[in-house]
Design a binder for this molecule. Structure first.
Ligand SMILES: Cc1cc2nc3c(=O)[nH]c(=O)nc-3n(C[C@H](O)[C@H](O)[C@H](O)COP(=O)(O)OP(=O)(O)OC[C@H]3O[C@@H](n4cnc5c(N)ncnc54)[C@H](O)[C@@H]3O)c2cc1C
Length: 327
């Protein structure tokens, strides 16, 4: 195998980007494939018609380790992130840990990491097959595929299970990981809600999170935009419903949580995250095949936070840089 392996990475969420960045900084040149419309994965921002952008995935990030703290400090330095200080209900105190959001949306946190990478967006990997020379990666646009020495997957564990079910050890380890879904609601209100905090959390069986998206730094505060996340049990039991009835149920729950305020709803759109948060993690930063040519990671390895994804991606890069991949 050459000293400089050809490396493919599936997924341009935080794990895939952190892995690619570390590999590229070490002189390697990975090729990244992501089926989404841009980098970021669940660090997601969406615009509805003429409304301001919504963060319908991760709401904010926190940093407990030095490496992620440094990455966030660099994003703040270039204006891609800032601290969010919402007015909160009693019992939630973000001042104990800085809540950092991307600017103008959460997906902006991915952009500095993605700069200069060989990124193939809107490119779904449909199959990954072992060959004598490495891994053949097939995509929707290139059925014949392309061959790589090393393959890194950073997709959620249940999706990795579908791609790598033929790898017995890997499949067994993935079977031990569980992830929960989340229905998210993007809500535009006709007038400002007064007398309620910017963040309401955990006081409803339907909603686990309700926050004023427009209270985040760098957002258009002229529009009153809220984000609601359904509780894990509620999301599971309503998982296969259509978006419209789910939106109606979540609007009702959000209005009840807002109490007397209840302004008119201008727009309400629901988004289903089938694999939103890790419930039972793997318990180690990444998985590797016995021959060291396949690596799997993502937030599901060690937690349910963006930083878990970052740490996992970097752990994979380190294993590759250390040369453990050599056969
Ligand atoms: C509703 C919600 C709220 C959250 N709130 C927070 C929060 O406040 N704070 C926090 O720290 N974390 C939060 N999280 C969790 C956080 O978003 C994740 O931990 C983190 O973003 C996961 O990063 P990742 O790279 O592991 O996976 P992902 O971001 O899921 O990236 C995986 C990528 O793989 C791509 N992909 C999948 N299959 C294929 C394929 N076959 N071919 C090509 N590409 C593929 C996807 O398009 C995606 O871009 C939240 C998540 C959700 C859904």
């Amino acid at each position: 195998m050459s000293a400089s392996p050809r490396i493919a990475i599936i997924g341009a969420g935080m794990a895939g980007l952190a892995c690619a960045r570390a590999l590229q900084d070490a002189g390697l040149r990975p090729v990244i494939f992501d089926k989404g419309r841009g980098p970021g994965g669940r660090l997601a921002t969406r615009r509805i018609d003429s409304s301001p952008a919504f963060d319908h995935g991760a709401q904010y990030v926190t940093a407990r380790g030095a490496a992620f703290r440094a990455t966030l400090a660099a994003a703040i330095e270039v204006g891609a992130a800032a601290r969010w200080r919402p007015a909160t209900a009693a019992g939630i105190d973000p001042s104990t840990e800085d809540w950092i959001t991307g600017i103008p949306g959460m997906s902006a946190l991915a952009k500095p990491l993605a700069a200069g990478l060989d990124l193939n967006i809107a490119c779904e990997v449909t199959a990954a097959e072992r060959e004598a020379a490495g891994w053949r990666v097939r995509t929707a646009g290139l059925a014949a595929g392309e061959c790589f020495d090393l393959l890194v997957s950073t997709v959620p564990a249940p999706q990795a299970r579908r791609l790598f079910g033929a790898e017995r050890d890997i499949a067994e380890a993935l079977d031990g990981v569980t992830m929960a879904p989340c229905w998210a609601l993007m809500l535009v209100l006709a007038s400002p809600v007064t007398g309620v905090p910017d963040v309401l959390q955990g006081s409803s069986a339907t909603l686990s999170w309700l926050a004023r998206n427009s209270s985040k730094p760098g957002r258009d505060a002229a529009k009153e935009c809220w984000i609601a996340h359904a509780a894990p049990d509620w999301s599971s039991s309503h998982l296969e419903l259509e978006r419209e009835p789910v939106a109606a149920l979540l609007v009702d729950a959000a209005q009840r949580m807002l109490g007397d305020a209840r302004p008119r709803v201008e727009q309400a759109i629901a988004h289903r995250w089938r694999y939103a948060r890790t419930v039972k993690p793997l318990g180690q930063p990444c998985l590797a095949s016995r021959d060291g040519t396949l690596f799997l990671g993502g937030d599901w390895t060690q937690g349910a936070r963006v930083e878990s994804a970052f740490d996992s991606g970097r752990a994979i890069a380190q294993a590759i840089i250390n040369g453990r991949w050599k056969r």
